[in-house]
Write a protein that binds this ligand. Structure first.
Ligand code: OKP
Ligand code: ZN
Length: 348
């Protein structure tokens, strides 16, 4: 399988994140992608390329221009507040929750940072824009290569993307790589695209971006938001709105779910996708469903990821894989590559 590798990913390197009133070491660290890359090479799974250049116009078809302007300039604005900020990651402190206005763009940088985010756990660093932008390029080129005839391609990038909405970051995500891949496929002629999100956490950003659209079916398997992050979205009754009614599908599963029940939900999800008759599939490939994950609650084992890859191959669709979560760092490479290898063998 072809991999599009973001060799700038480590420019995004959060130091700490807020957890239960304390700043703790980040879970979303550069080593995650390093382990996946090393395992891909060790098992010789296929060519590994880094896009030299890409057409970025699709990014502004997924994200709001004022959000992109903010993100591009955020680090410089943060340092302009106080030169000592150059040594500290940027975090929001204020959010325009219900009753506040979000149409006004305040001059204050901290005010805009809160306007464009939804949690305090996603540090923005000096290289966040550069890393996220290059990652979006990997998702774009992966989609283009699949359109050009590759059966599948893997965008190996971080920070992840599925929590990022049209105009907000959060959940370690800044640009929604899976949505950007799906939009790239649409723009190049795929009439219908399915996004399947198998990260432990509901892909609230992806859902929101396509919620009122019938051309992109979004299906997600995840921990029940009653108890699991991102809490405020991902319930089974969210089925899309307007023209998109019926084109969003959530399959929440209780914390503690093991592979048998998880795989039954995957079978259900794939049946819904087959009924949609998509021209292509985008998989938000989170590996935080693994039993050893420090911030999630399912109990999948490493071998289970081979079966997942085989099940996905059986859908018979041109497929773009996009790397999302997975924080059991030492095992994330094996687990990710197991999915890809299972897919490659299943696809024959
Ligand atoms: C991103 B992705 C841990 C609490 C959870 C946010 C989790 C974001 C997960 N201290 N914080 O979906 O893997
Ligand atoms: Zn996750």
């Amino acid at each position: 399988m072809l991999t599009l590798y973001n060799d700038r990913h480590a420019l995004h390197h959060g130091q700490r994140e807020m957890f239960r009133g304390e700043m703790v070491p980040c879970f979303e660290i550069p080593a995650r992608a390093d382990f996946v890359l090393a395992e891909l090479k060790r098992r010789g799974l296929g060519a590994i390329e880094t896009p030299a250049a890409f057409d970025d116009a699709v990014i502004a078809r997924v994200h709001a221009p004022r959000y992109l302007d903010f993100l591009r300039g955020a680090w410089d604005e943060w340092v302009a507040l106080d030169p000592a900020n150059a040594q500290r990651d940027a975090f929001p402190s204020y959010w325009p929750i219900r009753t506040f206005r979000s149409d006004v763009l305040p001059a204050s940088f901290p005010a805009r940072m809160g306007l464009f985010s939804y949690d305090a756990g996603s540090p923005l660093t000096s290289g966040t824009w550069a890393a996220a932008y290059a990652g979006a390029g990997c998702a774009i080129v992966a989609a283009q290569r699949v359109l050009a005839g590759e059966r599948a391609a893997f965008a190996l990038t971080r920070p992840p993307g599925h929590h990022a909405g049209a105009d907000f970051f959060g959940g370690y995500c800044f640009l929604n790589n899976a949505a950007i891949a799906a939009q790239t496929l649409r723009d190049a002629g795929a009439a219908r695209v399915a996004v399947l999100d198998i990260d432990y956490h509901h892909g609230n950003g992806t859902q929101a971006i396509f919620y009122e659209r019938a051309d992109v079916l979004v299906t997600s398997l995840h921990g029940d938001p009653h108890t699991e992050y991102p809490y405020y979205l991902g319930y089974a009754d969210e089925q899309g709105a307007g023209a998109g009614k019926g084109f969003n599908r959530n399959l929440p599963l209780p914390r503690g779910t093991g592979f048998e029940a998880w795989r039954a939900a995957l079978t259900d999800a794939l049946a819904g996708i087959a009924a949609f008759r998509p021209d292509a599939l985008v998989v938000s490939l989170g590996l935080d469903t693994f039993a050893g994950d420090p911030i999630a609650g399912f109990t999948l084992q490493s071998d289970d990821y081979l079966r997942i890859g085989e099940d996905l191959a059986r859908a018979g669709l041109p497929t773009v894989f996009v790397f999302e979560g997975g924080y059991a760092v030492a095992e994330v490479g094996v687990n990710a590559v197991n999915v890809l290898e299972g897919f490659a063998e299943g696809a024959g």
